[in-house]
Write a protein of this length. Structure first.
Length: 319
């Protein structure tokens, strides 16, 4: 018998099991996102050709590892999407994205677009800091007028740290959702075919569903969701999970699979289609580095036994 085995158990598998126990041994002591990322990279490097048994251990590591991240602001909105009528409500639809970062300027306006799985720091002239997410586009004045509101247009995903200015509100227009702030941190999700959501981390925001929509003021830790009739519904938010992408992580804690797949679809710019709509309501606990490849992410989901995930022609089908 080889020296690498003990009672029929491979030493590598024992190491994997110890790693799994290390990540999940204390229910109230979850590892940081850096520890999760390091564990994934070490595991992936050692197992380029995993058996299904070993892949199951990798999934368990990812599922047990959750990250404590700093509360922050994100915008998740669609731009230039392909038609998604055939995929049903709640399905992310891939966009025609540039291969690299594209900057254009003209008529005192600047526009920046990003490709798949790319983030980009952007500083506005008023001192507001923006982290533009993947498959996103932001348009803003090169210089804000001192007497007017600070207005930008956004499609996709971005992190906003707004410079406080009581006399010049900061306004984001995105897919029919208007969010107005003085100086704060918040996020907006409004993908094509998905109900828009605004989440507040700090400060104050006013949210409306359009010219005729009701306006609500959110408190930190709340989120506002717009339904099909543009009615604003307010509820508590999970701030840690929402901010995971800023540290390069997918973080989902008791989240609907529908929302999980929309996030995955927007990061890799791949269309999501649910062949079984019941699967969309499945609750998922899931954590992985965003540096993982799409096939690895789908393999992890398949190994969790919550459904069947297949990738064909830039579309992920969930059954």
């Amino acid at each position: 018998m080889s020296n690498n085995t003990d009672n029929g158990i491979n030493t590598n598998e024992k190491d994997d099991t110890r790693l799994l126990y290390t990540l999940g041994e204390a229910l109230g002591e979850m590892p940081s996102d850096d520890e999760t990322r390091q564990a994934w990279e070490a595991f992936e490097a050692k197992h380029n050709r995993l058996s299904r048994k070993r892949r199951a251990i990798r999934v368990a590591i990812a599922a047990l590892a959750t990250a404590a991240v700093v509360a922050s602001a994100i915008f998740l909105l669609p731009w230039n999407r392909l038609t998604g009528d055939q995929y049903g409500m709640g399905s992310f639809v891939a966009a025609n994205l540039p291969e690299g970062v594209v900057r254009t300027s003209g008529n005192r306006t600047t526009a920046i677009s990003t490709p798949t799985a790319t983030t980009l720091a952007v500083d506005l002239s008023d001192g507001t800091h923006v982290l533009l997410g993947p498959g996103s586009r932001i348009e803003y004045p090169t210089d804000f007028n001192a007497k007017e509101e600070r207005a930008v247009k956004l499609d996709g995903m971005a992190h906003f740290d707004v410079r406080h200015d009581v006399e010049r509100p900061f306004v984001v227009e995105a897919d029919g959702v208007r969010t107005e702030v003085l100086g704060t941190v918040f996020d907006v999700k409004a993908y094509h075919n998905v109900k828009p959501t605004v989440t507040l981390y700090s400060g104050r925001v006013r949210v409306s569903g359009g010219d005729r929509g009701k306006t609500v003021t959110l408190k930190p830790g709340q989120k506002a969701t717009l339904d099909g009739q543009r009615k604003v519904n307010v509820a508590q938010a999970d701030l840690t999970a929402s901010a995971g992408w800023l540290n390069g992580m997918f973080i989902f804690d008791d989240e609907r699979l529908e929302n999980v797949m929309n996030d995955i679809g927007s990061w890799y710019n791949v269309t999501i289609a649910f062949a079984d709509r019941k699967a969309a309501t499945t609750r998922v606990h899931f954590s992985l580095p965003r540096s993982a490849s799409l096939p690895d992410v789908l393999r992890a989901l398949n190994d969790m036994g919550i459904g069947t995930f297949t990738l064909t022609d830039n579309k992920v089908t969930v059954k």
